[in-house]
Write a protein that binds this ligand. Structure first.
Ligand code: AMP
Ligand code: MG
Length: 463
């Protein structure tokens, strides 16, 4: 037996989940398989052929077991909706040898009671994208859900046109989201929400269980993790693209790679989602939206923080304000490190801001310009005056801070197109390269920003 399943989520009241089974797929094929991750979480696939691995990953060796999809709600682009896993199910909670509890989720496995008008399926392209980008994020040192495998299903799924279908096997500390709490807070019986909040604290932050102000500490902890996460996203130029409250995990992991992207040329107002006309989820707006989502989270359990509503609101506001300031501070430290400045120097702001402005005006590549600075390759004309200021405060080089490689959209698009034609070599090459994103001497083909023809302007939600 490969899995060591021991489910706990299904001990919650039944309103929080539905029992489901994945569809049957007769022509499935293992396309991507993350052996390193399998080893890391103590899964032993030795002596299994690819077909058998697919069976294990899809739960086909557990015929007697029902799996489950989770109920949740969420603010999508500001509008509140009841949602749930419409195309995903949890195979189970796998316990590693060192007693970590990990959700094993299938994404694209068929309809569930939460599918609404959707087909419950996923197209191959977006699943390859999520695999590559979530693993790249992990290897960049940024908290993220992981990708264990992509299995093509042999089916065609209808998006803008017919596309090959696929399933992603995702590994996460948990899939409890801000939206799970929003769903819980709508329930009439207060003991159902009691159950959810106790379960979440026990599972994710057990060291808070006996704290006098555990609900307050719980909120503070989640704020802390989210703010740190957004600073990390901005370090590598990542735009999540759909920071809806159902896509914000209470574990502090980056989750749900839909219309996300890494910046090529620096533009703080950049959005990638085709429906984000107002720039709600633009690069620079990410910290503000994180705080907005955290306020929505706080609303669901305000009365646990203090019985007196006015007092509770005041406490929450203070925490949010503190975190806004913390973001500024941490962003400053992060940018100082990207520029190899002394983080204790109070006057870094100006040097940072001017550098970003020049990058913005001259449409310079976010990743490569920091590397150019480190390697004395900056454009002398553009940076002439700036360099003079910079040389006065430059300090030393921080290791593993500025990535050499990020998964750029135009490359992922090329790889996906090739994979649709059955050519997988580039996909495997890129997957390997992304394992060491701070390494030098990487094939130039993967490092260059897109030419005008190659630019991918938007990524679509129809995933
Ligand atoms: P996402 O944009 O992936 O975060 O999904 C938002 C919501 O739509 C979630 O409740 C998903 O489960 C649901 N959803 C997305 N795609 C599909 C699909 N093809 N079929 C059913 N539900 C879907
Ligand atoms: Mg989602």
């Amino acid at each position: 037996m490969v899995w060591n399943f021991q489910d706990s989520y299904t001990n919650l009241p039944e309103i929080f989940y539905s029992r489901v089974k994945p569809d049957n797929f007769n022509n499935k094929k293992l396309l991507l398989f993350n052996e390193d991750l399998a080893k890391e979480i103590d899964l032993n696939f030795d002596n299994l052929n690819k077909n058998q691995i697919c069976d294990v990953l899809l739960g086909n060796n557990q015929l007697d077991k029902y799996f489950f999809s989770q109920a949740y709600a969420g603010h999508q682009f500001g509008n509140f909706t009841i949602l749930g896993d419409g195309r995903a199910l949890l195979l189970g909670e796998h316990i590693t040898n060192d007693k970590q509890r990990l959700d094993i989720q299938l994404k694209g496995s068929g309809k569930t009671p939460y599918s609404r008008n959707g087909d419950g399926k996923a197209a191959l392209g977006p699943m390859i994208r999520e695999y590559l980008i979530s693993e790249a994020m992990h290897n960049l040192g940024i908290p993220s859900t992981r990708a264990l495998a992509v299995i093509s299903t042999g089916e065609k799924v209808l998006r803008e046109k017919f596309e090959p279908g696929a399933i992603l096997i995702r590994v996460a500390k948990s899939h409890i989201r801000v939206g799970t709490f929003q769903f819980g807070s709508l329930l009439k019986k207060s003991d159902e929400f009691d159950n959810l909040i106790s379960y979440t604290i026990n599972r994710l932050y057990p060291n808070l269980i006996n704290k006098k102000h555990k609900f307050l500490n719980f909120f503070e902890k989640i704020c802390d993790l989210q703010i740190n996460l957004i600073v990390e996203w901005m370090r590598v130029g990542f735009i999540h693209g759909v920071m809806n409250t159902d896509n914000m995990s209470l574990s502090g992991e980056t989750i749900d790679y839909g219309p996300c992207a890494f910046l090529d040329n620096y533009n703080p107002k950049k959005v990638f989602s085709s429906i984000d006309k107002m720039g709600r989820y633009s690069f620079e707006n990410q910290p503000k939206i994180a705080l907005w989502n955290l306020a929505r989270l706080a609303e669901t359990f305000m009365h646990y923080i203090d019985n007196n509503e006015i007092k509770s609101i005041k406490i929450i506001e203070e925490i949010l304000n503190k975190n806004e300031k913390k973001f500024e501070r941490n962003w400053n430290i992060m940018m100082s490190k990207k520029l190899n400045l002394d983080i204790n120097n109070k006057n870094n702001n100006e040097v940072i801001k001017e550098f970003l402005d020049l990058m913005h005006i001259y449409k310079l590549d976010y990743t490569n310009t920091f590397l150019d600075l480190e390697n004395n390759r900056l454009n002398k004309e553009i940076f002439k005056n700036w360099i003079k200021k910079y040389n006065k405060c430059k300090l030393k080089k921080y290791n593993k801070f500025n990535p050499t490689i990020i998964p750029r959209n135009h490359i992922i698009e090329k790889i996906i197109n090739e994979s649709y034609n059955g050519e997988l070599n580039k996909l495997y090459e890129f997957e390997k390269i992304l394992k060491n994103p701070y390494k030098n001497n990487i094939n130039k083909e993967f490092l260059n920003p897109p030419t005008d023809n190659e630019k991918v302007y938007q990524t679509f939600c129809g995933t």
